[in-house]
Write a protein that binds this ligand. Structure first.
Ligand SMILES: Cc1cc2nc3c(=O)[nH]c(=O)nc-3n(C[C@H](O)[C@H](O)[C@H](O)COP(=O)(O)OP(=O)(O)OC[C@H]3O[C@@H](n4cnc5c(N)ncnc54)[C@H](O)[C@@H]3O)c2cc1C
Ligand SMILES: *[C@@H]1O[C@H](CO)[C@@H](O)[C@H](O)[C@H]1NC(C)=O
Ligand SMILES: *[C@@H]1O[C@H](CO)[C@@H](O)[C@H](O)[C@H]1NC(C)=O
Ligand SMILES: *[C@@H]1O[C@H](CO)[C@@H](O)[C@H](O)[C@H]1NC(C)=O
Ligand SMILES: *[C@@H]1O[C@H](CO)[C@@H](O)[C@H](O)[C@H]1NC(C)=O
Ligand SMILES: *[C@@H]1O[C@H](CO)[C@@H](O)[C@H](O)[C@H]1NC(C)=O
Length: 545
């Protein structure tokens, strides 16, 4: 144990500014001791532990902060970061954190809209998964094992290296982490054809609350159901997902057509509402509205950006559009034919077809400050309603509105097949975005309120009881949990909005797999408000007041 003591002394080097409590020291002791008991001497856990005394600590912390709102000097910092290099490090973190009552945050790609993976109100440490990023594609079986720390860009690139006719239906931003994204649902441009990322997960490797390494068979179908959209972080640490790839044509087509109000955007959007969720499943036409200078006069106008992916060639696309959506006036010269892989790059880079594929591997894309909110629309909005929305946007100036059409495959999957509830009956999802580039609380409050005001204005047009929201677009305005006496009631508020009727099953599973609520965060799934006792192999409940 000489060596153990020496390494720990090194980790804690007391001459440096940050001083550790004895609780922190025994926690680190436990990590070092425990990970060796989980084997793997080729991956000593000491190499993955960063204390604030380590010169790389700030770099490790900041390099996966995607929302600069949480990169301020007043944001609470973790007392430790474990950048797991091996599953045994995850097991040690889970076991020791419970033994020493430490709050753990799990981070993969760090894209959480509210910084849930790397910020907390009370002292905490980060279990950072970015080193666990291997991707193993098997074209023969059309499957892949992908670790949580991989990004979507790395996944797409690796699939594309192996096959021109395979892809995966997940998000459009290449730096998003697999761990958070798939755990929370995951959708992208192929949503109408193939549904969500979670609809293509066939196995997983997780570390449960007891520190056991489990797969689908050993974790059972309940937990496996929960981690496909219910948010992994409420239940376990996800090490990897096994996914089924989808087949894509060798040639796909993209377009980006812009129409301002002066170019009849209102009429075209009115029609889009009826067309986009019902047209051929191979066609996805997303709408992004922003506020721009009018070319006609000195006032502002709203511009509608029709951004599209079609799983087919441009000729078929143009004739499909002529029949179903002539109002947009799509022409052959608006279309770019490309491979599916290249489409994932150029879609993100404002349709610049010469963007190199290697962009998919960049992890250091620029960050900004942002606030997002979401909604679901179940019935078309009248022209008067649309005009009112544009007026509000022009008044607010710095907000964007995304409309993502559903329908197609989304209508065919039952709403309880996975925790993600908004399937059939949903016409499209709304996303409200406010982003900015200057620091400061007043600036932040100003922009955050813009998103809130636009969200409020949309109330008459969106789903109600509950007003739906997308779990991967985390929004603390829906309420947060303090894990006191009203934990279940607090959890119900955001829980029903994110998961609707699936919330109850998530609570049951949570109570079964993590009754002491170790895996918790501001918006995690609460346990049932009863004390659980084991009764003849099943669970029954005794009320406590
Ligand atoms: C620029 C941008 C673009 C986006 N585009 C899309 C899009 O096209 N489609 C879409 O569906 N979503 C999109 N999102 C939202 C994104 O899917 C979510 O923010 C997602 O949760 C991010 O995953 P992450 O691993 O990067 O984030 P993290 O911040 O690391 O994690 C998010 C949450 O998951 C938990 N978690 C992370 N890893 C694990 C793990 N291994 N085990 C258990 N829990 C874990 C964290 O604790 C946290 O609660 C986008 C987000 C951004 C910022
Ligand atoms: C290390 O673990 C062993 C058993 O796994 C235990 O007996 C011992 O006390 C632990 N030592 C420390 C320093 O935690
Ligand atoms: C986060 O803050 C640090 C220090 O305040 C700064 O050096 C760093 O550039 C910031 N990160 C980004 C992406 O702006
Ligand atoms: C807008 O619609 C009107 C009436 O339907 C039509 O006359 C006009 O040409 C259209 N303008 C544009 C730019 O398409
Ligand atoms: C829009 O107009 C304002 C002045 O009214 C000007 O300052 C600004 O640069 C213009 N923006 C663009 C993108 O042209
Ligand atoms: C300027 O544009 C707005 C929005 O399209 C329109 O309502 C208004 O009549 C225009 N004003 C002038 C002077 O053309």
């Amino acid at each position: 144990m000489e060596l153990l003591t020496a390494t720990i002394l090194l980790l804690l080097s007391s001459s440096l500014p940050f001083s550790f409590s004895s609780a922190h020291k025994t926690f680190i002791h436990c990590l070092v001791n425990h990970s060796s008991s989980f084997s793997s001497s080729s991956h000593p856990i000491t190499e993955s532990i960063f204390t604030p005394n380590n010169p790389s600590f700030s770099y490790v912390l900041q390099s996966n902060i995607r929302n600069l709102r949480f990169n301020t000097s007043t944001t609470r910092k973790p007392f430790l970061i474990i950048t797991a290099l091996h599953a045994s490090h995850v097991q040690a973190a889970v076991v020791c954190a419970q033994r020493h009552h430490m709050l753990m945050k799990i981070r993969s790609g760090g894209h959480d809209y509210e910084g849930v993976s790397y910020v907390a109100e009370s002292p905490f440490f980060i279990l950072d998964m970015f080193n666990l990023r291997s991707i193993d594609v098997d074209i023969e079986t059309e499957t892949a094992w992908v670790q949580s720390g991989a990004t979507l860009g790395e996944l797409y690139y690796t699939i594309g290296e192996k096959s021109k006719t395979h892809g995966f239906p997940a998000g459009v931003c290449p730096t998003v982490g697999v761990g958070g994204h798939i755990g929370g649902g995951g959708y992208g441009n192929m949503l109408r054809k193939f549904g969500l990322a979670v609809d293509h997960v066939i196995d997983a490797q997780v570390v449960d609350v007891q520190g056991r390494l489990l797969d689908r068979e050993s974790m059972g179908e309940d937990l496996f159901w929960a981690i496909r959209g219910g948010g992994g972080a409420s239940f376990c640490v996800v090490i990897a997902y096994k996914i089924k790839l989808v087949r894509v044509p060798e040639i796909v087509t993209v377009f980006h057509v812009k129409k301002t109000l002066e170019q009849n955007a209102t009429d075209i959007i009115y029609t889009w509402q009826h067309v986009a969720p019902n047209i051929d499943n191979n066609l996805f036409i997303r709408l992004i509205m922003d506020v721009v200078n009018s070319t006609q006069n000195v006032t502002k106008t709203v511009r509608a950006n029709f951004l599209s992916l079609f799983l087919g060639d441009s000729k078929s696309l143009v004739s499909l559009m002529n029949v179903n959506f002539p109002q947009l006036g799509l022409k052959q010269q608006d279309c770019i034919e490309t491979t599916w892989l290249q489409s994932t790059v150029i879609y993100w880079s404002d349709i610049n077809p010469s963007t190199p594929l290697e962009v998919l591997l960049h992890r250091d894309l620029p960050s900004d400050y942002f606030k997002m909110k979401s909604d679901y629309v179940n019935k078309p909005i009248s022209k008067v309603g649309l005009e009112g929305i544009w007026k509000k946007m022009i008044e607010l100036k710095d907000t964007k509105l995304y409309f993502t059409p559903y329908g197609g495959r989304m209508n065919e999957i039952p709403s309880n097949a996975t925790p993600f509830p908004y399937r059939g009956g949903t016409l499209w999802m709304v996303e409200y975005i406010a982003n900015w580039f200057e620091p400061g609380k007043d600036v932040a409050d100003y922009y955050m309120n813009l998103a809130r005001k636009l969200h409020k204005h949309m109330t008459p047009f969106v789903s109600m009881n509950p007003r739906g929201a997308y779990y991967n677009y985390k929004d603390f305005d829906l309420g947060i949990n303090h894990y006191g006496k009203s934990s279940y009631v607090e959890g119900m508020v955001y829980g029903y909005q994110y998961f609707n009727d699936n919330f109850n099953r998530l609570v049951q599973i949570k109570t079964m797999v993590d009754p002491a609520n170790f895996f918790r965060n501001e918006q995690s799934i609460p346990v049932v408000p009863y004390e659980m006792v084991l009764d003849n192999g099943g669970y029954s409940r005794i009320m406590i007041n």
